[in-house]
Design a protein around this ligand. Sequence first.
Ligand code: HEC
Ligand code: HEC
Length: 367
Amino acid sequence: MTLNSSDREISQTSPYARRTRSVLFALTALATVLACGTDDEDEPDTDTEAAALAAYTPASMGTNANGVAFPMGVQNWGVVSAIARPDAMGNLRVLLGNDIAVEAARSGNINPWPEGTMLSHLVWGVEQNPDDPASATVGPAAFRTVTLMVKDSTKYAADGNWAYGRWGGEMLMSPAADDTDLMNRGCVNCHTESVADKDMVFTDPPTFPTQADIDALEPGANGVEPPAGILDWNVLGVARISNPNGQQIRVLVGNNTAVNASRAGQTNPWPDGSMISHFVWGAGENPDNGIDGALVPTGNVAAITLMQRSEARYAEDGNWAYGRWAGADLAPLAADADQGCVDCHTAEVSDRDMVFSRMGELPDLLK
Ligand code: HEC
Ligand code: HEC
């Protein structure tokens, strides 16, 4: 499948969306029929479809025409995966999940995904990080889209047990009524035709450390403790790294101090107490995606990084201390190994309070 270069969730030329316009509002129509209490199965549903269409107006964070509501609080959901896509002029996506989804993804209980699962992308454009000395880091540019899949095998049985929603742009607008590509039906068709054997979900979530793994981490030789709460931290951004050792996907997360500062745009300087970490994975292609060159995290987490800010404790090192737990056993930094971290960060980005990454900007409505 080839996805074109417009700023859309899906292709304009998707064959799935095109041929199915007549059933576009099947879900809504069914719901309306049931709500009206009629049994008349011979009644053509064109009237109800037309009524549903007429009643639907795109709106900021508005319910989609199929009845799927905006996932309130999505920006605070847990991290499930991420993807760097070359289509649509390039985009970086973090896949987030509600508690049910995060629990299922991290314990591998995903075929089928449990009832009540909700999965959402936050989608950004892409931008080369100008401060990366190796010139090989691509980070998030302008915010584009929130997507949503909701699992309910009672309500959505006819559509493979899932319903789909989408909100685009800074105003998070629901799709236009005549935009068949972006309406439920196009989404349903592609997902059910491509990955029915994976419960309609393309993503194979990478392995995260468990809480027991995190609890077992040793402090670095410099005394920096592992980030105990990291499994619950909120997303700050995402990057695709290319270096001589290969490709990586890194999802940037932060403690509440850092996340609040990022949303408020108060990141130069970051407030004391900020803690910023990466989940780092090797990257590879997911053949199910059919998107050439799209990179997803693969395998076990390769490293967890940490920068924590304290003017009182770390003034000599530009106000930050550094930690990293890497390799199969997530081994901490050895003695003096953090000097390289300090040197590079303070030499290259002292004008950005030592932080290289551009955070993934959220629409104001989600801040
Ligand atoms: C032409 C096929 C196609 C269409 C149409 C499509 N998707 Fe997807 N979708 C994909 C692929 C491929 C992935 C995996 C790559 C990614 O995460 O971007 C995906 C991933 C997703 C995910 C993450 C869970 C998963 O399955 O990996 C969500 C949520 C999602 N799509 C929602 C939607 C919504 C909402 C629509 C309609 C507005 C839609 N999709 C339309 C192909 C499609
Ligand atoms: C040669 C320069 C260099 C060295 C050495 C280095 N980093 Fe970084 N670091 C970067 C760049 C570039 C980024 C942004 C790209 C990315 O996301 O990895 C970054 C990003 C980070 C981030 C995310 C916050 C930010 O600044 O963007 C953390 C946390 C981090 N590094 C920790 C470490 C730790 C811990 C070490 C030492 C083990 C280290 N770094 C060594 C260049 C360096």
